[in-house]
Design a protein around this ligand. Structure first.
Ligand code: NAP
Length: 268
């Protein structure tokens, strides 16, 4: 396999869009791409972290545009398309997507679950189509989507989130097949527990004994390094755990992981 390092990223320029590019893994993608000389379009809801990340990237000598918008809004794709119509996007990173509705499925509001679906499926598909077509025409580019180990099995309070993350991985595999002859790289970067501001805010227990907790900078670097080697990369050495989650005895596997999830998320 060809060994490509972060310094080879110029082929994904001159501009990259990062949906969810203000904090955590998204901010680390931004810093690493800026250091490699790519101009950036950063999208997130909160203006202050967006501005702070953009300023740090500009200090590395690149141009940065910021757009404070909710990716769940119905006109998100249209607004991003309009805001980027005058520049060439060689890389799309779809990072935003952490779970926002942890209710039991029968008790939560359907509209709240729909937001999880819209963020992880609807808007992602819209942006991939919008930016993917010109990449295919140019026969050059990259599409990196951030997934989760939750997408490998069902778990309580992640009924919908686990489902959309499974969708993302299968979608990435198909898209990788579709675009490989056009030299457009597609990667689903599968994360395990990662110490991001969003997860700190929801009070995830990072201290479960024996649990691996990844660092945003490390997994972002892994993602960029593996982008030419899709369709899926499981970050932070979690490959064995993922293989175990794919086993045939679903009840045993789902119940076993349920015990771990209770420790991670707290009792329901
Ligand atoms: N952290 C983990 O333990 C973990 C584990 C497995 C997988 N993942 C995956 O890793 C990715 C990043 O997760 P994360 O923990 O950093 O949390 P996140 O809530 O997905 O936040 C990541 C970035 O996306 C932005 N964002 C989130 N929702 C948005 C929305 N509706 N519209 C526009 N921007 C939005 C955030 O800024 P704003 O909040 O200001 O909008 C932030 O810049 C997700 O896809 C998640 O599923 C994370």
């Amino acid at each position: 396999m060809e060994d490509r390092t972060v310094s080879d990223l110029s082929r994904y320029g001159p501009w990259a869009v990062i949906a969810g590019g203000s904090e955590g893994v998204g901010a680390e993608f931004a810093y690493q791409l800026a250091s490699a000389g790519l101009n950036l379009v950063l999208i997130a809801r909160k203006s202050a972290p967006l501005k702070a990340t953009a300023d740090s990237c500009r200090a590395r000598g690149v141009e940065v545009r910021t757009h404070a918008l909710d990716l769940v809004s119905t006109d998100a794709v249209e607004r991003i398309a309009a805001a980027t119509s005058d520049i060439e996007i060689g890389l799309l990173i779809y990072n935003a997507g952490a779970n926002t509705c942890s209710e039991h499925f029968l008790d939560g509001e359907l509209a709240e679950f729909q937001r999880v679906i819209d963020l992880n499926i609807g808007t992602m598909l819209g942006l991939v189509r919008h930016f993917g077509r010109p990449m295919r025409d140019r026969r050059r580019g990259g599409i990196l989507m951030v997934g989760s180990m939750s997408g490998y099995l069902g778990s309580m309070r992640h009924t919908v989130y686990g489902g959309v993350k499974a969708f993302g991985r299968i979608f990435a595999e198909g898209l990788w097949l579709e675009l490989r002859e056009y030299n457009v790289d597609v990667l689903e970067l599968v994360l395990g527990v990662t110490r991001t501001p969003a997860m700190e805010r929801v009070g995830l227990n990072f201290d479960v004994p024996g649990m691996r907790v990844a660092n945003p900078a490390d997994v972002a670097r892994e993602g960029l390094e593996h982008l030419p080697h899709g369709p899926v990369h499981i970050a932070d050495g979690n490959g064995e755990d993922v293989a175990r989650r794919n086993g045939a005895d679903r009840a045993k596997i789902v119940l076993g992981t349920h015990k771990f999830m209770e420790k991670l998320m707290g009792p329901h």
